[in-house]
Write a protein that binds this ligand. Structure first.
Ligand SMILES: Cc1cc2nc3c(=O)[nH]c(=O)nc-3n(C[C@H](O)[C@H](O)[C@H](O)COP(=O)(O)OP(=O)(O)OC[C@H]3O[C@@H](n4cnc5c(N)ncnc54)[C@H](O)[C@@H]3O)c2cc1C
Length: 400
């Protein structure tokens, strides 16, 4: 598809959850009346991370900023209609707050959970630590023989309908004049000084001049950055998901349980459960490689599930898929804001396994930076590109 114009104030490369959020928040800013183009190479969104997600949010992070980002996500989701100008077509959403249950099987990880709980509580999150006895009292189906501590938060933590938010961001932004085209950005040109991107080139040949450009390309973030001559530490890592039904379903909601093995499983409704995991060797994969490794279920995931929840001895997989994290190998955290030298090139990259819930705050923050040159709500400057250049990681310990 060809864009209507040959110049846009903002060109967004990638139109999944991050691109859609940034575009919508730009369209929502009263001080901004610029032209926005979102270029998305596959408008079925079949292969992007956004479509392969677990669709959950949590406040159990180890850094205050990540807790606050998820708190905004909860507020945004629960008040979607108000955020969208009380448009009655917008659905009223809620969060199915079954919580995330982190299980520690050693004192070292238990200490991390204790430390993180302090950070979370100071930020207003309702995280509770649980002894194995308390876990069994509330969730009798777990085998806790090897567990020393659990950590759970039952407020604004669990499943949410990310598809509805994603759809409404796109629909509302389009109605406000944001232009979406199915096409691919294949190159960029810079000015003679090399400190600004002047244009993007589309696969169909058009050269589109841009005031600012946003990299919202998910696992392909490196390819987009390289078009401007920038390297970032983001790579595609494969993550597998399974939906299964249980012959004997649990009698209460299953929290999104993070087993010490790394396997995670959660309530999916009607006697079904969603489970995720990855292979022990976790290399970067090809951008188009979504093949399933069926041996992981048989040899690793199912045995873990049946051991942790003996009622899951008799289960049947009903669907399965492979998806990609845009994995930030530097510190697992977002890379956000402008590049240090190419100051009209902005990042929204490297979200690993928690980008969906970060999308509202990331889009809002990006729009603030692009329009006002500063963060006006939550200060997200810790996620700047400079920390990579300066080798100053802000390590997030609660990574799934
Ligand atoms: C199995 C799995 C489970 C997850 N579970 C959760 C969860 O429970 N909670 C949570 O918060 N997060 C979760 N995540 C992470 C979350 O899904 C991602 O962080 C988030 O979807 C990233 O969105 P994005 O828009 O950055 O990337 P993507 O969704 O990958 O979108 C990038 C888009 O850019 C487009 N694109 C790329 N290059 C170009 C180009 N040159 N030109 C035009 N278009 C281009 C692509 O086609 C794609 O549509 C999960 C991820 C996976 C894989």
């Amino acid at each position: 598809m060809t864009p209507k114009h040959n110049h846009y104030d903002v060109v967004i490369v990638g139109g999944a959850i991050m691109g859609a959020s940034a575009a919508w928040f730009l369209s929502d800013d009263k001080d901004f009346d610029g032209r926005v183009l979102v270029v998305e190479k596959d408008t079925t969104y079949e292969a992007c991370s956004t479509t392969h997600t677990n669709s959950c949010m949590r406040q159990q992070f180890s850094t205050e900023l990540n807790v606050r980002i998820s708190q905004f996500a909860a507020d945004f989701v629960k008040n979607l209609r108000q955020y969208m100008g009380n448009d009655e077509r917008v659905p009223e959403l809620s969060i199915r707050s079954f919580g995330y249950m982190y299980l520690a099987d050693n004192n070292e990880f238990a200490a991390v959970l204790r430390e993180s709980q302090k950070v979370q509580q100071a930020a207003g999150a309702a995280t509770q630590l649980m002894t194995p006895e308390q876990i069994i009292e509330h969730y009798p189906f777990y085998n806790v023989d090897d567990i020393v501590l659990g950590s759970i938060n039952l407020i604004d933590e669990g499943y949410w309908d990310a598809t509805a938010v994603f759809d409404w961001w796109r629909r509302s932004a389009r109605e406000r004049g944001v232009e979406y085209v199915q096409n691919e950005v294949v190159a960029m040109t810079r000015n003679p000084a090399g400190n600004r991107v002047e244009s993007v080139t589309l696969k169909t040949g058009e050269v589109i001049a841009c005031g600012q450009v946003l990299n919202a390309s998910g696992p392909r973030a490196v390819l987009t950055s390289r078009m401007a001559g920038i390297e970032i530490p983001v790579e595609p890592r494969k993550r597998y998901s399974w939906i299964f039904s249980a012959e004997n379903p649990l009698d209460r909601d299953l929290p999104l349980t993070i087993d010490p093995s790394g396997v995670h499983v959660r309530e999916n409704g009607n006697g079904t459960y969603q489970c995720g995991g990855h292979s022990d060797i976790d290399p970067a994969v090809d951008y188009d490689d979504y093949t399933m490794d069926f041996s992981i279920w048989e040899q690793h995931v199912w045995p873990v599930l049946a051991t942790r929840i003996p009622q899951f001895e008799a289960i049947k997989v009903t669907s399965e898929w492979g998806g990609h994290y845009a994995y930030n190998t530097f510190d697992h955290n977002a890379i956000m804001g402008p590049h240090t030298h190419i100051d009209n090139f902005f990042f929204l990259n490297g979200f690993s396994g928690h980008g969906l819930q970060q999308a509202p705050a990331m889009g809002r923050g990006t729009a603030e930076l692009m329009v006002h040159g500063e963060y006006r709500t939550l200060d997200m400057s810790a996620f700047n590109f400079e920390r990579i250049a300066m080798n100053r990681p802000i390590l997030e310990k609660a990574i799934i």
